[in-house]
Design a protein around this ligand. Structure first.
Ligand code: SF4
Length: 308
């Protein structure tokens, strides 16, 4: 069967929204994709029923600017999430614009057992001067407030983001401020992008474009600092027991899956557990992933990592 998009047999992507009514100065999407359009709830329901009947354990609801979902239908994103959580064992959201995630939304999400608390909150810069030139609709104080709400209702929620470095006019001080902000937020993962000039956008015509060598150096520096923050997040998971959706076999008799907050966990492999959700005790960190063991192993489970 064909959903909006499928990553593998365990997780499907369903696009529920298109278009964007924001006008970020570096982005061509509003010109290319037009105004907000949302998929009606009954269509989402039909699509998810089909995925569930085909054995999918997880859906990622996606869109160009997902929190705009429902504006054209008199609905909100929370309505689509609540519906999805009634159908699917796990529901995850793709990238979110922070200014649209209200405290009430977060509170309602926390009441949904099958909602996965991984919030990819688009940041783009941790410096207010740069955010202003980017024409983003929030500043760092507003972003902090959203994160505070998330942490209140999801103390072990995973927070991930995207950041652009070397935006036109970004000074060394602006860049440093941005780095400090990502450290303060404690992101589980930061995707760092050097600014890329897009023809047809206002930012492409801005003065003080940053040389490529500076952009590259800043990207490397921020990625290094973000990695230290990620390690802290992974270490904080050790000792916890989490539900892991086991997704794939990897090398050396190991399998990998993800917790609800999207922590990657590697466990000794047992083929019969592929595509199932298991309780896993997280025992350590190994590079960019956590390691763990099945809490209640099935008969025949081989802790040395042999497939059954
Ligand atoms: S960056 Fe995102 S929010 Fe901004 S205009 Fe593009 S799609 Fe819209």
């Amino acid at each position: 069967m064909q959903a909006s998009g499928m990553l593998d047999r365990t997780r499907a992507f369903v696009k529920i929204q298109d278009g964007c009514d924001n006008r970020c100065s570096y982005c061509i999407i509003p010109k290319a994709r037009g105004h907000v359009r949302s998929k009606p709830l009954k269509d989402i329901e039909r699509e998810l029923d089909s995925l569930a009947s085909h054995g999918y354990n997880e859906v990622v609801l996606s869109g160009i600017n997902l929190p705009f979902y429902g504006r054209d239908l008199g609905l909100g994103l929370i309505n689509a999430v609540e519906l999805s959580c009634e159908i699917m064992p796990r529901v995850r959201l793709s990238s979110l614009e922070p200014e649209l995630l209200t405290r009430e939304d977060v509170e309602r999400l926390a009441k949904l057992d099958t909602f996965c608390p991984q919030f990819h909150l688009s940041l783009q810069s941790g410096c207010d001067r740069t955010l202003n030139r980017m024409r983003r609709r929030y500043n760092t104080d507003m972003y902090r407030e959203v994160v505070k709400n998330i942490r209140e209702f999801f103390p072990n929620g995973g927070l991930t983001t995207d950041v652009i470095v070397g935006f036109p006019g970004e000074t060394d001080e602006d860049f440093e401020e941005s780095c400090r902000f990502i450290e303060e937020m404690g992101f589980a993962k930061v995707h760092v992008f050097p600014y890329s000039r897009r023809t047809g956008t206002d930012a492409a015509e801005m003065p003080d474009q940053i040389p490529n060598a500076v952009k590259t150096a800043r990207a490397a520096k921020m990625a290094e600092r973000a990695e230290a923050v990620r390690q802290k997040f992974l270490e904080d998971q050790v000792g916890r027991t989490e539900e892991v959706l086991i997704e794939s076999e990897i090398k050396d008799g190991m399998m990998q899956g993800y917790t609800k907050n999207y922590t990657p966990v590697v466990i000794p492999a047992v083929k019969s557990l592929l595509c199932t959700i298991q309780e896993v005790v997280i025992t350590g960190v190994s590079g960019d992933v956590c390691t763990g063991r099945i809490k209640n192993p099935p008969v025949g489970y081989d802790p040395m990592g042999m497939f059954d």
